[in-house]
Design a protein around this ligand. Structure first.
Ligand SMILES: [Zn+2]
Ligand SMILES: [Zn+2]
Length: 245
């Protein structure tokens, strides 16, 4: 038997086939039945409630995809099992609101989200857009750990195209612990205090990101910071240079 308005989908989690249109069709049949039959006794068919079974989710396996992968689930439990498996969870980005896999399915230790102090837990696409515009938040560099940053295309072309330059002495910088990280962070803070924007580009990182090579990129900010101690240093120096030339 072929049901004309059936919409058979396969549950992405348990592979069971189910009819996405089943509840809607049954409700339509109830309506017809109510109209055509004159019941003088309670009809079990009419009193039965048909709840939606099955639904879909639009998932992004990486933040860089322009179209999502639509998958169907026949129950809440199946969705839970599929999207919250523990190792490859799908998470809603606080920035773009898309549901993105937290780790790259093709490269498991490649985390595709970053915690941003102002924007929340955001996918790498949102994160890249933010730091290419504003640099990383100052708080990333307060401490003796490497925080934030990401892999760019080879030669760090995305930051370079956005006006960032490599900071001498901090390209392919080796980090293997708190001491090297602190040295890196102190220099970043110094530049931020002078009004620069700072980005950390990953070059090669070991699994877990505890050891590897990173590059610091900087760009002069558009405006001096409001902090009076900072506004003294930077814009006046620029002004003087202009008059001298
Ligand atoms: Zn299922
Ligand atoms: Zn996002």
């Amino acid at each position: 038997m072929v049901i004309r308005d059936a919409r058979i989908e396969e549950c992405a989690s348990c592979d069971r086939e189910f009819d996405l249109n089943f509840p809607a069709r049954m409700q339509r049949y109830q309506k017809l039945h109510r109209r055509e039959q004159m019941h003088f006794w309670p009809c079990a068919f009419l009193t039965r409630k048909y709840y939606p079974i099955g639904f879909f989710a639009d998932l992004y396996d990486t933040p860089w995809e322009s179209t999502p992968r639509r998958v169907f689930f026949h129950s809440d439990e199946c969705e839970e099992a599929y999207t919250r498996s523990g190792s490859f969870d799908y998470i809603d980005c606080d920035g773009c609101r898309r549901t993105v896999c937290e780790q790259n399915p093709a490269n498991g230790w490649h985390v595709q989200f970053r915690d941003h102090v102002d924007l929340g837990y955001i996918c790498l696409r949102c994160y890249e857009k933010e730091i290419l515009g504003n640099g990383q938040p100052r708080s990333d560099f307060e401490g003796s750990r490497i925080r934030g940053g990401m892999f760019f295309s080879s030669g760090n072309s995305e930051p370079r195209q956005n006006g960032f330059d490599e900071v001498s002495g901090f390209t392919d910088y080796f980090v293997d612990g708190a001491e090297r990280a602190r040295h890196y962070n102190e220099h970043a803070l110094e530049l931020i205090n002078k009004g620069q924007k700072i980005i950390t580009a990953y070059e090669r990182l070991a699994i877990g990101g505890l050891e590897g090579y990173i590059t610091m990129l900087s760009k002069m900010g558009d405006r001096p910071k409001k902090d009076p101690a900072l506004s003294e240093a930077q814009p006046r120096a620029a002004g003087r240079r202009k008059h001298a030339g």
